[in-house]
Design a protein around this ligand. Structure first.
Ligand code: COA
Length: 260
């Protein structure tokens, strides 16, 4: 932990997809800094595990099952959080979906599914939470998890790259539209990240991992613990004048050249 352990005391943070990977790391970290952490995703078991870990460490947490493609369920869950926790301070749109495959072979439904989860889901969450904030005249914080594949080409993940580019644009637009209310909207763009899930699905060949890491100026893929503190910074009072920013965290990967 790199910040004060009471940095988010009295704050409520909602993290979509908080049961695994980067979302889980952020949930544990926010929990250890005094926030009440709400995690929301499709599968109950990983959510319960995250909540248990936070509570075992002395923190406070709860969960809701939620598919962020379901706008009615979003309204239900967001309404319940504002009621149960008497408000919400920070929304982290972290839930996402992805699979690897050539664009030519993507079925229309496969394409739509990833756009629907990543881009439409992020929009629906932002909208539902901001409606509650506007009704209360409360200037909350939104942090959207994007990725560098939004702008450096995304072979075998055309849907994911397009969805993240959409999230970047949405982040900038909402920052402008909602700036007058005090709500801030920022995005974090990790490069390649190693999580349990991505190790199983994406980074299965050690030689490929080694080759890709050797082209990163800082020499390694990110881990969730590298990403989480940037999100905490953006959610903290120290970042009160930052909005509409797309912040890359990739060890310099975006600057690589194939033959350097
Ligand atoms: N390769 C090709 N197509 C795939 C696919 C894959 N690995 N995974 C899903 N699809 C396609 C399906 O074939 C289907 O299209 P079709 O009806 O034309 O066949 C479409 O995507 C929807 O798939 P389905 O599994 O029904 O959707 P879902 O909503 O249950 O789950 C994902 C979608 C992306 C979440 C699921 O693929 C998944 O579990 N991915 C791994 C976990 C993950 O994405 N973690 C987040 C990392 S950022």
């Amino acid at each position: 932990m790199v910040f004060r352990d009471d940095l988010f005391a009295e704050k409520v943070v909602l993290i979509t997809g908080g049961g695994t990977g980067i979302g889980k790391q952020m949930a544990l970290d926010f929990g250890s800094m005094g926030a009440h952490v709400v995690v929301a995703a499709r599968r109950e078991e990983p959510l319960q595990q995250t909540v248990d870990l936070i509570e075992e460490a002395g923190g406070a947490a709860s969960f809701y099952t939620l598919d962020i493609r379901d706008d009615e369920r979003i309204d239900e869950v967001v309404g319940a959080i504002f009621e149960d926790q008497e408000g919400l301070d920070i929304l982290i749109n972290n839930a996402g979906g992805n699979f690897v495959g050539p664009a030519m072979a993507m079925s229309p439904n496969g394409w739509r599914t990833i756009i629907d989860i990543n881009l439409n889901g992020t929009f629906l969450m932002c909208r539902a939470v901001a409606q509650q904030w506007l009704a209360r005249d409360f200037p909350g914080r939104i942090i959207n998890m994007s990725a560098t594949n939004a702008h450096n080409g995304s072979p075998l993940m055309a849907h994911s790259g397009a969805s993240k580019a959409g999230i970047n644009s949405l982040t900038e637009t909402l920052a402008v539209e909602w700036g007058g209310t005090g709500i801030t909207v920022n995005a974090v763009l990790p490069g390649p990240v190693r999580t349990e899930g991505s190790d199983e699905r994406l980074w299965t060949d050690p030689d490929t991992v080694k080759k890709l890491e050797s082209r990163i100026p800082l020499g390694r893929f990110a881990r969730p613990a590298d990403i989480s503190p940037l999100v905490q910074f953006l959610a903290s009072d120290a970042a009160s004048l930052i909005t509409g920013s797309l912040i890359t965290i990739d060890g310099g990967d975006r600057l690589r050249t194939p033959d350097f």
